[in-house]
Design a protein around this ligand. Structure first.
Ligand code: ZN
Length: 248
């Protein structure tokens, strides 16, 4: 493997020391929309009307995913296992992450997806470590006579499910309370940083609005084009080749 990031100077700043890569997970770091694939398998077409509501601007993306996960009646191991099994890293993802790390840059993955799933996929594919901001799958309230024995009862409980979003997400009129990824970007961005946002969905628009450059596909690409944001097609191979644009 070779890349064009210059090696860190023996003294002074690392070349990507002012660079933050801000990545969505499902359909961005992965080749497929695994949540949609798994929902279709487990609940048929019943997840689709919520998606239409988001596209029409009548429902926030966070409420949408929560309602969709609420449809699932499968055991949690089956749900989380199917989501992990579905995932394959996008071409060039590992090399891009490695180059950012080697250059002294930072990468954060910010996702509505489940921490256990993303962690399992990262481990299975030996991907470079990243900061992860993700959700927890919360099951039903534990029965009073068995909750404690299960250990962390809601974290291990079965359906009905809901999505517990990371407390690092922020409030936003567009995304809803405690649902906006841009709050994570603002918390991580330091003065002088260059921020590239990688995404594919409505939940990535708020951080995209604050990015120096967006790598987008799908719905996010449409939204970026409509708003005149600086964007390129989502491609980690191309992103890696262009890292020297931000290298000091
Ligand atoms: Zn927002």
């Amino acid at each position: 493997m070779s890349h064009r990031v210059p090696p860190a100077a023996p003294q002074g700043s690392p070349p990507l020391g002012r660079f933050l890569a801000f990545l969505d997970y499902d359909g961005t770091a992965t080749t497929r929309e695994c949540n949609e694939v798994v929902l279709q398998t487990l609940v048929g077409d019943t997840w689709r009307p919520f998606e239409d509501e988001v596209r029409a601007g009548r429902m926030g993306h966070a409420e949408c995913f929560d309602r969709q996960i609420g449809l699932v009646t499968a055991p949690r191991a089956e749900l989380l296992g199917a989501m992990a099994a579905c995932a394959a890293p996008a071409p060039g993802l590992g090399e891009f992450l490695a180059a950012v790390h080697a250059g002294g840059g930072r990468t954060v993955v910010v996702s509505a997806g489940f921490r256990e799933v993303i962690g399992a996929v990262w481990l299975r594919h030996g991907l470079p470590a990243v900061e992860l901001v993700a959700s927890e799958l919360v099951g039903r309230e534990p029965d009073s006579d068995c909750g404690d024995r299960m250990g962390g009862p809601q974290r291990n409980a079965g359906p009905p499910y809901r999505v517990a979003y990371s407390p690092r997400l922020g409030d936003c009129p567009r995304c809803g309370p405690g649902s906006c990824k841009a709050a994570v970007l603002r918390a991580l961005r330091r003065a002088g940083d260059t921020v590239w946002v990688f995404g594919d969905g409505a939940s990535d628009l708020c951080p995209a609005r604050e990015a120096d450059l967006v790598f987008a596909r799908g719905h996010l690409a449409e939204l970026c084009a409509a708003e005149g944001l600086p964007w390129r097609p989502l491609d980690f191979v191309a992103a890696l080749a262009n890292l020297d644009e931000v290298a000091a």
